[in-house]
Design a protein around this ligand. Structure first.
Ligand code: G3P
Length: 500
């Protein structure tokens, strides 16, 4: 893959720098964090282990520069986002190859992630009209307030901290950066360490697209060392985070009064009724459960089949799963490595716990390095950890149910509430079940997923706070500014008339 010419200043050898006020710098800590390909352990590069002082400096730079960015017209800010999208598309293959090496995502999916981010930047630019307000008169509510007229328009919040996850290190960081910039905020980006090399390229791309120095800044480092300082800093005005529920809750505690957008974990359940279309359901479940080896918050994470369809469903799902290739993401194998050996250990723990408690292995339960073969567990009971915990790996438990109500109860008992699915030909019944599910989104006859990216995307309970999706994110990263005109008596035209 060709180097991105403009990106050469981003690194020395394989050591990538952090980006502040338009400059690429090495950390004064003198420490770097090595990033290795989870498939073959080759060193992809290293990023700076930045210090708290460098965090402070960056946040002050971002705070000093958002007003100048806000002075630029919304139309011009939108055009910068469109230029950004064009550059991403030019560099999609190179960035996708880098992303694949960093996080073990199959190459085609990695390249699609870059292209999907370009789509988000264009869609955000096209949604510039979200930055509008409304005008109203006081006597709608108070007859004595006829001379009060309120006018609102939307203004930025200030400095937005964008924290992305390892599984979509470019797309889910970009889906925060785009609305933040469109709304007129400045940005401090803190990518997940695994995936941060690809995310650092936002610095090169946004500068090339015309974002002024200091408006976009990118810091890298151990979350345990700089995370709290970032989220609790008084000059951070809003935090948009995607990652684990545990970390999200920790950020919420340290953030104080800051507005938050949190996209956290999930345990999305697929309720499959006896009349479901088998082929459609099988395809949705296999794709939904095993894309990117199940490392998606919206993966299908448990299946609740009714009695008559259960055996057939498990049989057909297994048939398809056994056809999934396992191996090198560079060769686009369907199932690539998990992000770390530690994650593999955790997934194996859940499988072993289920087996000890009586679950039946249908396929999988095999590991080689960070590769875990797709595993299907039948007869999973509510006493097993895999019925409730989020594996973030290629394991799919089938929890057989005897009634719709039982399926609803098990779905709602989860601490998570991201998405749910109902597979049935009875659409009226599907709608009725959807009303009962305590989740952000219910998919009827489809797999759980975040996209299309203009759709509202939210989680309830431990799955998140606030709503993403292009226009919703713009709204979350801006606020109304209210100006009330108090008209004087002078020059008032008085006409005597009264309601009969
Ligand atoms: O896990 C991240 C979540 O956003 C999944 O996105 O598009 O794969 O449903 P998607």
């Amino acid at each position: 893959m060709t180097e991105i010419n403009d990106a050469l200043k981003i690194k020395e050898g394989s050591e990538y720098k952090y980006y502040i006020n338009g400059e690429w710098k090495k950390s004064s800590s003198g420490n770097v964090i090595e990033i290795k390909n989870p498939y073959n352990n080759e060193v992809v590069g290293s990023v700076q282990a930045c210090t708290i002082q460098e965090v402070d400096q960056m946040i002050h730079v971002a705070n000093d520069n958002y007003e100048c960015w806000e002075q630029i017209s919304i139309k011009e800010r939108a055009n910068v986002l469109r230029k950004t999208a064009n550059i991403m598309l030019e560099w999609a293959d190179t960035l996708g190859y880098l992303l694949m090496r960093e996080i073990g995502k199959p190459l085609n999916s990695a390249i699609s992630e870059i292209k999907r981010t370009a789509e988000i930047f264009n869609a955000t630019a096209d949604s510039a009209s979200q930055m509008i307000g409304e005008t109203m008169r006081g006597d709608i509510l108070d007859e004595s307030a006829r001379d009060k007229i309120s006018m609102t328009y939307r203004v930025p919040l200030g400095v937005v901290l964008c924290i992305g996850p390892f599984n979509y290190p470019f797309n889910l960081t970009g889906s925060k950066i785009a609305p933040a910039l469109l709304a007129g905020n400045s940005v401090v980006m803190k990518p997940s360490t695994q995936g941060s090399i690809t995310a650092l390229h936002f610095g090169v791309i946004l500068e090339k697209a015309g974002v002024p120095n200091g408006v976009f800044n990118a810091i890298t480092g151990y979350g345990s060392e700089i995370g709290d300082h970032l989220s609790s800093h008084p000059l951070i005005d809003m935090i948009s985070f995607t990652g684990s529920s545990e970390t999200g809750k920790h950020i919420a505690k340290s953030a104080g009064m800051k507005p938050l957008l949190l996209e956290l974990g999930g345990k999305d359940a697929a309720i499959v009724l006896d009349d479901a279309s088998l082929e459609l359901t099988v395809n949705a479940i296999v794709k939904g459960a095993f894309s990117y080896s199940g490392q998606r918050c919206t993966a299908v994470k448990r299946v609740l089949p009714m009695p008559q369809i259960a055996n057939h469903l498990i049989e057909r799902v297994t048939e398809q799963v056994l056809q999934l290739s396992v191996g090198d993401p560079a060769k686009n194998k369907s199932i690539g490595p998990l992000i770390s050996s530690k994650q593999c250990d955790y997934v194996q723990e859940l499988i072993d716990d289920a087996l000890e408690k009586g679950a039946k292995i249908i396929c999988g339960n095999k590991r080689k390095g960070n590769l875990m073969w797709p595993t299907i567990l039948d007869n999973v009971s509510l006493e097993m950890r895999v019925a409730w915990e989020e594996p973030f790996g290629p394991v799919l438990p089938f929890i057989r149910v005897k009634s719709v109500q039982e399926a609803i109860d098990i779905s709602n008992k989860s601490e998570y509430g991201l998405q749910g699915m109902i597979f049935t030909e009875n659409i009226d019944l599907a709608f009725n079940i959807a009303q009962e599910l305590q989740v952000g989104t219910v998919q009827i006859n489809g797999q759980s997923s975040r996209g299309p990216d203009h759709f509202p995307f939210l989680g309830t309970k431990s799955s998140g706070l606030g709503t993403q999706g292009v226009k919703y994110a713009i709204e979350a990263m801006s606020r109304p500014k209210v100006v009330v005109m108090n008209l004087s008596e002078k020059g008032k035209l008085v006409r005597e008339c009264e309601v009969r």
